[in-house]
Design a protein around this ligand. Structure first.
Ligand SMILES: [Zn+2]
Ligand SMILES: [Zn+2]
Length: 233
């Protein structure tokens, strides 16, 4: 905590209320995403499982997400990216936990089974569009750690690493984005351990290009099943 945090009390990220980053009024307006989708075609799919017809050798086995990327959620993700505040991350995760515990329509049934039966390891998508000298926090890593604790699974820090700098993705076409992130990520070969299953965590799913690239790297390395997990979509 810095002096600034002491001088300025916590303010709601969605309105002028003070005291919390998510005030009770704004909390009540937060909605989980309507339905989970197949990570390949992005059409609705029960439990976020990849449709049978969408399956491929290096593709995801499924994807879960929690919030729509809008309003206070969008703001919180943005804030965390540039200024890591423990309290904010904690409050954020607390709200996410409600959705997890509520488990509307049993949407998390399949990933719960995956967790229970396959004992997957949590891996975070590395921060990759920041220049080295720019301040940026890998919230994917922060959340991956929290999920690991929650589910009593192992979190492997820096399992995937960024191998070169690329310009920001914003403003690029889907094709350009795809090209942009090719060869950007690689496995950290300092980490030697036999892992069969992974839950790959990132903050947002937009085109899914980043996650798909990372997922394919993992599968090519011999990982059997990879589920994607994003905070928002
Ligand atoms: Zn508020
Ligand atoms: Zn599909």
């Amino acid at each position: 905590m810095t002096v600034i945090d002491f001088l300025f009390p916590k303010k709601c990220l969605g309105c002028p209320n003070e005291g919390n980053y998510f005030c009770s009024s704004c909390r009540s307006k937060i909605k989980s995403i309507d339905r989970l989708v197949c990570p390949v075609c992005e059409n609705p799919s029960p439990f976020g499982k990849t449709h049978f017809s969408c399956r491929s050798r290096y593709g995801f086995n499924g994807l879960i997400s929690f919030f729509a990327y809008e309003g206070i959620i969008r703001e919180a993700i943005h804030q965390l990216k540039f200024k890591y505040v423990t309290d904010l991350a904690d409050e954020f995760f607390e709200i996410l936990l409600k959705i997890w515990n509520e488990d509307k329509d049993n949407r998390f049934l399949q990933i719960k089974r995956f967790i229970k039966e396959k004992n997957p390891v949590l891996v975070a998508v590395p921060l990759f569009w920041y220049k080295e000298n720019q301040r940026g926090f890998n919230q994917a890593e922060i959340f991956a750690e929290k999920f690991a604790q929650l589910w009593s699974l192992e979190f492997k820090k820096d399992y995937l690493i960024r191998s070169k700098f690329t310009p920001p993705q914003a403003g690029l076409t889907q094709e350009q984005r795809k090209k942009n992130i090719e060869d950007v990520f690689s496995l950290n070969y300092n980490i030697q351990s036999p892992i069969s299953n992974i839950i790959l965590v990132d903050d947002i799913w937009t085109t899914g290009a980043t996650l798909k690239t990372c997922g394919a790297i993992l599968k090519k390395s011999g990982i059997k099943k990879v589920w994607g997990l994003t905070i928002a979509r």
